[in-house]
Design a protein around this ligand. Structure first.
Ligand code: ATP
Length: 241
């Protein structure tokens, strides 16, 4: 595989999407700084220079788009597993695309589609991880955040990206072969909100209930007086009650 390394770029996802036709599954892009790091629905991922990870992996998934819907959960499980194996404790996942440390946001995942057919989905999987955030940098983030600075032996960025890259490739192949079934247990073990009361915001509506984990399509299961129902879609945000 190839690694494209930038001191500075607008967005590692944007770079990979722009070069998708020349890329192979497993190629990765890493930057020290993003001038326009992206979150979901046009939101921003704050990407100060140095000391953090901004990376995007390109992958041609041997599945059609309708079967790729749980992919952000797979990526969340994969990054959490890598960090846990490096000794990080207190990690958790929040449906559908966030990784928390001590209940504060450590990392974000943004999957963007470059092309799809009825057999294949070409994707860019972006992730940002806060490694060592200064107070000044952190003041610009409008929700509670965390970083890896409390780690006993914080790996250098190269080692971390190599480990995540290896784990992601393994997990993407597993997902292609076995679907989300292979990840349900891993997700539920790390789900911060399982069996807790949450609200799903789906502007202009909201629905409250007890989170019962995810189903085989990656939808979130919510139990309330309507029964247990599955919710899925890029417009949904989960909030703890
Ligand atoms: P949702 O619950 O809908 O996923 P979200 O707040 O997790 O909402 P994302 O699109 O996943 O939204 O991430 C973007 C948001 O993350 C930003 O609006 C900001 O609040 C927060 N954020 C931005 N940069 C960072 C960062 N470096 N570390 C932690 N949080 C950040």
């Amino acid at each position: 595989n190839r690694c494209f390394y930038f001191d500075e770029t607008n967005s590692t996802n944007a770079f990979m999407l722009n070069h998708a036709s020349e890329l192979e599954s497993g190629d990765i892009c890493v930057a020290e700084y993003q001038s326009a790091g992206r979150g979901r629905r046009g939101r921003q991922w704050l990407s100060p220079y140095g000391h953090h990870m901004y990376a995007s992996l390109f992958w041609r998934l041997n599945l059609d788009i309708s079967n790729a819907s749980g992919l952000s959960l797979v990526v969340g499980c994969s990054i959490v597993k890598t960090l846990q194996e490096l000794g990080v404790e207190g990690l958790g996942v929040k449906w559908p695309n966030d990784i928390y440390l001590e209940h504060k946001k450590l990392a974000g995942i943004l999957i963007e589609l470059s092309h799809h057919s009825d057999r294949q989905t070409e994707l860019v999987i972006g992730f940002g991880i806060n490694m060592s955030m200064s107070v000044e940098q952190g003041e610009l983030i409008d929700q509670p955040w965390s970083d890896l600075s409390a780690m006993d032996n914080m790996p250098d960025k190269t080692m971390l990206v190599v480990k995540i890259h290896q784990q992601l490739k393994r997990d993407l192949v597993l997902f292609e072969q076995q679907g989300l079934d292979a990840f349900l247990q891993r997700w539920n073990n790390n789900d911060l909100f399982i069996n807790r009361e949450v609200t799903l915001l789906m502007a202009p509506n909201a629905v409250t209930g007890i989170c019962r984990g995810i189903d085989k399509q990656g939808a979130i299961l919510l139990e309330n007086d309507q029964g247990t129902n599955a919710f899925v879609g890029g417009e949904i945000s989960l909030r703890a009650n």
